[in-house]
Design a protein around this ligand. Structure first.
Ligand code: FA5
Length: 348
């Protein structure tokens, strides 16, 4: 019987030394020391042993059990230390490896231009306000002195919303906000209004069916055309360079009198005449004028007391001029090769 105990001892210790992983160790433990393990079976065999030899046999089995338990604990410590070392080696963090560059989005060039322009006017004392893109005809046309039969109201130019009762349009310009602002406030007024506009338009290199404008409005006592000229010249020089020359020429919009178009000398040819300015040396930037007395009356202002001026400019056109973009459609095609080129434009 003692021979069998020795044999079990030798086998168990050899198997323990051969176990390299914690799962192999767990298997070893349940095979030898588990409830139905080899040691339990050895102990059960005690009934087959002559009574006189039983105490010695029992002691020998118990001694083996203790020895194997101690050997198991020691081996377990070794194996878990080895496993930890392997894991650490496999999961080493190389702190000298350069980080991965995150892909950051950038502002759309039109958004960046809106921020740049409104920033210039904010520094000149203008407040930035926004208004609805879906607008009553009464604001988009009537209150702006645009009569029922004006060609701009034609269904070929304006997108109408099906609306029984009050006529509703997708605003074709930001000028209705002149009316909304004046209805809600009393002078002095100095606002700029950026926003999206819609026109029923055949899309080409310079026309989109949706685009952005920035409206400006200043109303107060004693406001004159000289204020308009000074403000627009200061604006254009901040955006396109201090050396810019400016030009005002007569133009017609029903809601201003007199009306002007405002141009700067071409920054590509310095007024010599080139492809961008179509040989004229000048680039038209916006429409403007003194607010028509009828428009002031429409919002309840006394035109004898108050005067004002307004302007409206196309944002896409400004970006095209400033960065030499040849086709307005590029802005809305979602082509990242185009958009990524503006990642360094002003952001704040
Ligand atoms: C107007 O919309 C007037 N409301 C501007 C104004 C305001 C005049 C206040 C006087 C006082 P106009 O239709 O010219 O004007 O449009 C102004 C600018 O919007 C144009 O110069 C152009 O830059 C831009 N724009 C107009 N239609 C389109 C279009 N289909 N696609 C892209 N930009 C456009």
């Amino acid at each position: 019987m003692h021979g069998e105990i020795d044999q079990v001892r030798n086998e168990a210790l050899a198997a323990l030394a051969a176990a390299q992983t914690s799962s192999a160790l767990a298997e070893w433990h349940s095979h030898y020391l588990g409830r139905r393990g080899v040691l339990t079976q050895l102990m059960r065999q005690i009934s087959q042993i002559p009574p006189t030899e039983r105490p010695a046999y029992g002691q020998a089995v118990n001694a083996l059990k203790e020895e194997l338990s101690a050997a198991f604990t020691a081996r377990q410590q070794e194996v878990s230390a080895q496993e930890l070392a392997q894991q650490l080696a496999a999961e080493t963090v190389d702190v000298t490896l350069p980080g991965r560059q995150p892909t950051l989005g950038t502002l759309h060039p039109v958004t960046a231009m809106i921020r740049e322009v409104t920033g210039i006017f904010a520094r000149l004392g203008f407040q930035v306000v926004e208004g609805p893109e879906v607008e009553y005809s009464a604001y988009a046309f009537d209150a702006l002195n645009i009569p029922q039969d004006h060609p701009a109201r034609d269904v070929w130019d304006t997108i109408y919303i099906d609306s029984p009762g009050r006529e509703i349009v997708l605003r074709p310009h930001t000028s209705p906000m002149q009316i909304r602002v004046m209805e809600q406030r009393q002078p002095p007024i100095r606002v700029v209004v950026p926003g999206r506009c819609y026109r029923y338009e055949a899309v080409d290199a310079t026309h989109e069916w949706h685009f952005h404008q920035i409206e400006g409005l200043a109303v107060d006592e004693h406001i004159t055309m000289a204020d308009l000229k000074g403000t627009l010249a200061a604006f254009a020089r901040q955006l396109f360079g201090q050396e810019r020359r400016v030009r005002f020429r007569c133009d017609y919009f029903p809601f201003v009198e007199p009306g002007v178009d405002f141009a700067i000398d071409c920054m590509f040819c310095h007024g010599e005449g080139c492809r961008v300015c179509k040989g004229t040396g000048w680039i038209e930037i916006l429409g403007a004028g003194m607010v028509h007395p009828q428009v002031l009356r429409n919002v309840g202002y006394d035109p004898e007391r108050y005067t004002g001026w307004a302007f409206g400019m196309g944002v896409e056109r400004l970006v095209m001029l400033k960065y030499g973009v040849p086709d307005i459609r590029l802005f809305y095609q979602g082509d990242l090769r185009f958009l990524a080129q503006f990642s360094r434009t002003t952001v704040w």
